[in-house]
Design a protein around this ligand. Structure first.
Ligand code: IMP
Length: 497
């Protein structure tokens, strides 16, 4: 007989509802904070997000465009590990070099011919190049207006650059706001920033500042570069993890359908020794034992969920898995106990099968600090797939990392398995991330306000969550009327159309 047989069924997220609490003036929806911790940092502190949404480490979900757009809205996308190490590290670099404020410049030496500068511009896709000497000291600046490739081809960069003494330059340390003030008073579109020895450190572009002001939730590192997250696996981590760290990744998650495994402990031990400053999230687990195992192994956060993903057939194939609601409840209780005992608060990420804003708020109320979403983000413009028309509907392909399509890449999450754990299909195209996330966050804030919670810590402390019956779920939907077609205009999406 099995060691233990639990006869209480495990619960899906959809079986819970949040009871209303007292809504206070300080907790009205637009005052609700969605800021959260994603992982603890080895040196203390935490990787913080401004919204509790992260995109799943999947080929059909998280590429560079998703990584940039989600970080600009306050979350992060975990770049998928089912690709060669160098390709994934390059994705990290592209997110880190995105012009989110301070940009690490591509410099040129003063004697480089303009023809070569033009080649570089064509290859890199931008045209501004600071000119520096062999010690990295700023000599001048070449912008798009300073050279014409055909006319100036043979001239060296120094002959076309705006020389240093005619440039307005910022000196470290400098905030983005101070850089902005300097730029506004200059006649330049770009501000070079130098250190105390006049060595060039960053560039700040005028157009990026406006952009930045339009994205108040943007999550950035100490150098104001967007946060980048990536997945690793338990096979090639010795090569992958250092390459990602070198590229500047801020947080890493071990991508596995079963994280209660000695291989994860080995991966975490390697990470501590090879990349001691990099937070590594473990998972996925669905039990208190799994949580304690990863906490003891040094995980910076823990991902919960097994068998619930929209493309997942793990439960059907292997008979392993657990309802996500029950999994979060049990793991959150273990996390809180770990917190009391050790003083360390390990963030929890609920992953797999979360479809709507109401699922997200329930997962958060049950104890998660963030939710990881695949299908949700796969529908957006920024996912790496191409739109297709099927039966007059605009769709995007979406497939599991354990589907035959993703497993073609040998090192993937399920690369070693000889059978499929995921399927391939389509999701309806939903437009840009910006609009969809704005609506989801509005619903999240409204739910939290109804529950009387000003922030996620209060939601964890104060939420009252109840299991509901199937009839009660039916009662909570539109029923017993002839629904008059999809609503249009304001609120249409909130009704699920
Ligand atoms: P979704 O948000 O319901 O689409 O679920 C996404 C999650 O499913 C991912 O974050 C993974 O944890 C999980 N997942 C991804 N690919 C597979 C697969 O092929 N089989 C099982 N689970 C998967």
């Amino acid at each position: 007989m099995a060691r233990t047989v639990l006869t209480e069924p495990s619960r899906a997220i959809a079986e819970f509802r949040l009871l209303p609490g007292l809504t206070r003036p300080e907790a009205v929806a637009d005052r609700v904070s969605l800021a959260t911790r994603l992982a603890v940092l080895p040196c203390g502190g935490a990787v913080r997000l401004n919204i509790p949404l992260v995109a799943a480490a999947m080929q059909a979900v998280s590429g560079v465009a998703m990584g940039i757009e989600l970080a600009r809205h306050g979350g992060v996308a975990f770049l998928y590990a089912s690709q060669p190490v160098a390709a994934q590290a390059e994705m990290v670099r592209r997110i880190k070099n995105h012009k989110a404020g301070f940009v690490q410049p591509q410099t040129v030496p003063p004697d480089l011919p303009i023809a070569r500068v033009a080649d570089l511009a064509a290859a890199k896709g931008f045209s501004t190049f600071p000119v520096v000497d062999a010690q990295g000291r700023l000599l001048g600046l070449l912008t798009r207006l300073d050279y014409a490739p055909a006319r100036h081809a043979a001239l060296p960069a120094r002959d076309r650059m705006i020389p240093r003494d005619r440039l307005v330059v910022g000196r470290e340390p400098l905030t983005l706001r101070q850089a902005n003030d300097l730029l506004m008073d200059s006649h330049q579109s770009v501000l070079p920033i130098v250190d105390g020895d006049d060595r060039l450190r960053d560039l700040v572009f005028r157009k990026d500042i406006q952009n930045h002001l339009e994205h108040p939730d943007e999550v950035v590192d100490a150098r104001k570069r967007l946060l980048a997250a990536a997945a690793i696996n338990t096979h090639d981590y010795r090569e992958r993890l250092p390459a990602l760290a070198e590229a500047g990744v801020d947080v890493v998650a071990i991508d596995s359908s079963d994280g209660h495994s000695c291989f994860q402990a080995e991966t975490l031990a390697f990470a501590r020794q090879a990349c001691p400053d990099l937070p590594v999230i473990g998972g996925n687990i669905v039990t208190a034992d799994g949580f304690r195992f990863l906490a003891e192994a040094g995980a910076a956060g823990v991902k919960i969920g097994m068998g619930g993903g929209s493309i997942c057939i793990t439960q059907e194939q292997k008979g392993t898995g657990r309802g996500l609601g029950t999994a979060i409840l049990e793991v959150a209780a273990a996390r809180d106990e770990w917190h009391r005992r050790t003083g360390a608060y390990l963030p929890l990420i609920a992953d797999g099968g979360i479809v709507t804003a109401k699922d997200m708020v329930i997962a958060l109320a049950l104890g998660a600090d963030a939710v990881m979403l695949g299908r949700y983000f796969a529908r957006f413009e920024e996912s790496p797939t191409e739109k297709v028309m099927i039966n007059n509907r605009v769709m995007k392909p979406y497939w599991g990392e354990g589907s035959p399509r993703a497993r073609e890449w040998r090192g993937a999450r399920y690369g070693q398995a000889t059978f499929a754990e995921g399927v391939e299909g389509y999701v309806e195209y939903a437009g840009p991330l910006r609009d969809n996330v704005a609506e989801t966050l509005a619903i999240l804030r409204s739910s939290m306000s109804s529950a009387g919670a000003r922030d996620l810590a209060e939601l964890h402390r104060e939420a009252v969550v109840e299991v509901v019956s199937a009839l009660s779920i039916r009662e909570g939907q539109a029923h017993d009327i002839q629904v008059a077609g999809p609503p249009t205009g304001f609120g249409a999406k909130a009704w699920g159309v």
